[in-house]
Design a binder for this molecule. Structure first.
Ligand code: UT7
Length: 333
């Protein structure tokens, strides 16, 4: 702790938005060489949500953000900052956050995006935490929003079965340092040496959009699934352990683990290494698939609204994503 940590970041509201359209494993069986049994067994996913033509990352983010603002009891004009974590932005620029600001009519706030893919929401939380702790801002809306369905190759059975669309939001407020509640810690990391593991290889800024890359499907997600799986288990486990040590906590004191919903088997392996019971791990991957940067805030919102998070509880968040990026956070509610 240093002298600048005068305040604390407190969660004041949550919200989530999922598109109505459901795509089941049975639906995928009709267009791909796959089976419901393979997908369920290897990933835990049974269905995922798919954005309609009218829905984009900013539209879904604005829906989730509005719910979080109502939940937190503030008007959009009171926001100081909006951060959107997305790897499927509406356009290259302006930022998706600027479109969200317009949609919310949050005049007076700053707005920008963060790009850390599946870890993006924890990166956004970490940035917002710093502004609030030093007293720079009072109210920050952080949102994870993804339209993965538009950046997957629907003929690639090893990736398209995994991903889904959706958005989740947290309203963070500046609280007093003496308050025992709020964000207790965030830890974030990146390793660009592992950038090839999961990426969208077509470089708009690197090569320009060209027919050769379009034909080679380079503007879609490309993933070395197996290698990513192994790294994900290791990094998520270690960064959660680091968060526990930092806060002098044991997993026994954690009421709920809310992990990025990458794959049921990745999460089970992490829980096993932490010797943490799966009954205390929040999972919704069966309904939504991997919603990348949106999965953790959607999980938080569902856990809160279903009563799985109670006042005074401690929750741990953990994520790994393309970059490679990874991070954890501890929240006392
Ligand atoms: O959000 C963070 C980023 N993403 C992740 O964390 C994802 C991490 N990786 C994974 O979740 C898993 O690696 C996958 C679910 C993507 C794949 O599961 P896996 O157990 O690692 O399978 P695999 O890649 O080793 O493939 C095993 C077999 C292969 O066939 P052969 O070579 O053994 O004949 C694949 O071609 O399964 C085949 N396969 C499929 N079969 C039926 C791959 N995808 C499918 C499919 N349906 N959808």
């Amino acid at each position: 702790m240093n002298d600048y940590n005068t305040f604390r970041a407190v969660v004041a509201g949550t919200g989530a938005y999922l598109p109505e359209k459901i795509l089941t494993n049975q639906d995928l069986e009709k267009s791909l060489d796959t089976t419901d049994a393979w997908i369920t067994e290897r990933t835990g996913i049974r269905e995922r949500r798919i954005a309609s033509e009218e829905e984009s990352a900013s539209i879904m983010a604005a829906h989730a953000g509005k719910i979080a603002l109502v939940d937190g009891g503030i008007d959009p004009e009171e926001l100081d900052l909006i951060i959107v974590a997305t790897s499927s932005p509406d356009v290259l620029f302006p930022s998706t956050a600027c479109f969200v600001q317009k949609e919310l009519n949050a005049v007076g706030s700053a707005a920008y995006d963060i790009s850390a893919v599946c870890s993006g929401f924890i990166f956004a939380l970490s940035v917002a935490e710093q502004y609030l702790k030093v007293g720079r801002y009072k109210n920050i809306l952080i949102i994870g929003s993804e339209v993965n369905s538009r950046i997957v190759d629907w003929t690639d059975r090893s990736t398209c079965i995994l991903f889904g669309d959706g958005a989740g939001a947290l309203l963070l407020k500046r609280g007093e340092q003496e308050s025992p509640l709020g964000i207790l810690s965030t830890h974030i990391y990146s390793d660009g040496n592992l950038s090839d593991l999961i990426c969208v290889p077509g470089g708009i800024g690197r090569t320009g959009i060209n027919k050769q890359d379009i034909d080679a499907k380079k503007y879609f997600i490309n993933m070395s699934g197996n290698a990513t799986f192994k790294v994900a288990v290791k990094r998520m486990t270690s960064v959660i352990r680091e968060a526990l040590e930092f806060n002098h906590l044991s997993m026994g004191e954690v009421e709920l683990l809310i992990p990025h919903q990458a794959n049921q088997r990745i999460v089970s392996a992490v829980a096993e290494r932490l010797q943490y019971p799966m009954e205390k791990v929040f999972m919704n991957i069966h309904k939504y698939g991997n919603t990348s940067g949106a999965s953790i805030p959607i999980g938080i919102d569902e856990a809160k609204r279903s009563g799985r998070i109670q006042e005074g509880d401690i929750s741990v968040l953990g994520a790994v994503g393309a970059g490679l990026t990874w991070g954890s956070a501890v929240i006392k509610w």
